[in-house]
Design a protein around this ligand. Structure first.
Ligand SMILES: Cc1cc2nc3c(=O)[nH]c(=O)nc-3n(C[C@H](O)[C@H](O)[C@H](O)COP(=O)(O)OP(=O)(O)OC[C@H]3O[C@@H](n4cnc5c(N)ncnc54)[C@H](O)[C@@H]3O)c2cc1C
Length: 434
């Protein structure tokens, strides 16, 4: 190991997965540095729910109470085809203690993690970008640029981010938690190919008096996926998939309505559009729409890194995989990746330690994501499976807010058998808990 005051691991990216990974490493006594090119946390609120499995990991870190304080609990996934309720899954049917989902804004989660890191005396280096990574015999050489605001211009002054300093760091391990454009992945020469169709979603967040109870409605209709997440403050977030071919949507796009122009965000995603999508796709939704506070068109790609790392550079979270939004799988599986990778790096850093757990990590990641992204079919129905469920099984898979054994249990409730990778079949094969 390097000297105590130098990090053993550099985590590039302080999104939810990077913060979680840095905290897990710190709790294992491994000196960590974490940096992010953004200037602060909580600048976005995209992924909004913790899977039941993630709640167990937050409990291990001593953060469950803080998470639940801000969260709304979801216990059922209700599946609809337009007006008809077709099936349901009970998160409360999972055998573990935390048999619910916790819905809370990503920014709240990131704040909880950043504060927990600060208590461990690890401060996130905001406005620091890892720009170059080069392998050395015993680690990685990383070039980091510090970004600062500068006022420029003559008559009309404006603020720009400029490089105000450069730092070189040599570190035994680098973790790329730097999201879909990952510099770490590109520096390691790892390709990030598309493995399925990209889909666009119109996302609306609004206050409503609808009685959403503790259910997450999932509407699969006309080839589209639509999901409603009830939020903690009496609001909800609806995401409606844009049909692959739909003259109505296409006309609006031609009118440039969907293009973000300055501060006038997505003007055609107005209340009228929301109401028409609700009556077309979820006619059972009873409730008013008040205070439309967020609306956006978002494109979700399906990509998988060809490898999750090698030698001294490893990937977690969106740096390694991209999927659709409904099941919040990319962030939540990312937490398990952070935990497993922390265990593997801890093993490698031991005197005479082995890198075998790291190789194992890479293999397991590819195996799980090939299944989740449908590269290798993992679902099977049988003669007793409801025909609607059997017909929609590939559309259902990325929408389930679970992974691993929990995913298999939930899919079993609707008559689908899930073939899990070997690591989930043998508890002894999993990484030890801290
Ligand atoms: C508009 C939008 C809506 C979304 N909606 C949903 C949704 O409804 N459901 C869902 O499941 N997911 C959604 N997502 C995706 C979700 O936000 C991600 O899955 C989640 O944030 C992944 O976390 P992460 O920590 O792996 O990566 P990120 O959250 O992307 O964090 C990566 C961090 O790395 C930093 N970084 C990048 N490069 C460098 C560098 N070279 N040096 C230093 N720092 C760097 C970035 O600034 C960033 O903070 C959405 C994403 C977007 C953009």
């Amino acid at each position: 190991m390097f000297a105590r005051n130098k990090p053993d691991v550099l985590v590039v990216g302080a999104g939810p997965v990077g913060l979680f990974t840095a905290l897990t490493l710190t709790k294992r006594g491994i000196p960590v540095r974490i940096l992010d090119k953004d200037w602060r946390t909580g600048t976005r609120s995209y992924a909004l729910a913790l899977h039941a499995e993630s709640l167990r990991y937050f409990e291990e870190l001593g953060l469950l109470a803080s998470v639940l304080e801000h969260a709304r609990r979801i216990r059922t996934i209700a599946m609809y085809d337009g007006a008809q309720r077709k099936a349901e899954m009970r998160i409360s049917g999972l055998s573990e203690d935390h048999s619910f989902l916790a819905v809370l804004p990503q920014e709240s989660l990131e704040r909880i993690l950043e504060e927990a890191l600060a208590k461990q005396k690890v401060k996130v280096s905001w406005s620091h970008e890892a720009v170059r990574l080069e392998p050395r015999e015993k680690g990685m050489d990383v070039t980091i640029e510090k970004l600062s605001k500068d006022s420029v211009g003559y008559t009309v002054q404006h603020t720009e981010w400029v490089v105000s300093g450069t730092e070189h760091l040599t570190v035994p391990f680098v973790i790329g938690a730097d999201g879909h454009f990952s510099n770490v992945r590109r520096a390691a020469g790892i390709e990030f190919p598309t493995v399925g169709n990209a889909n666009e979603f119109a996302v609306f967040e609004f206050k409503t008096d609808a009685d959403l109870r503790d259910e997450m409605p999932l509407v699969l209709t006309g080839g589209t996926t639509n999901v409603c997440w009830p939020l903690a403050d009496g609001a909800c977030r609806w995401s409606f998939q844009k049909p692959l071919e739909d003259p109505d949507w296409d006309t609006r796009e031609k009118d440039r309505d969907f293009v973000q122009v300055g501060a006038g965000l997505f003007p055609s995603l107005n209340e009228e559009r929301l109401r028409s999508l609700l009556s077309e796709r979820a006619p059972w939704f009873r409730g008013n729409v008040s205070g439309l506070r967020w609306r956006m068109m978002v494109r979700f790609e399906r990509r998988l890194a060809e490898s999750f790392g090698k030698g001294r550079t490893w990937l977690v979270g969106d740096a390694g995989h991209l999927t659709g939004p409904a099941g919040i799988q990319s962030m939540n599986v990312g937490f398990r990746e952070g935990r497993d990778l922390a265990n593997a790096i801890a093993a490698a850093l031991q005197p005479g330690g082995s890198t075998e757990p790291l190789e194992q990590y890479g293999k397991e990641r590819l195996a799980e994501w090939r299944g989740l992204l449908g590269v290798e079919p993992m679902l099977r129905g049988d003669a007793n499976t409801d025909p609607w469920v059997a017909e929609h099984k590939d559309q259902i898979l990325p929408c389930i807010p679970a992974s691993g054994r929990d995913l298999a249990t939930l899919l079993g409730q609707i008559g689908l058998t899930c073939r899990l990778p070997a690591a989930f079949r043998t508890p002894a094969g999993k990484a030890p808990t801290p």
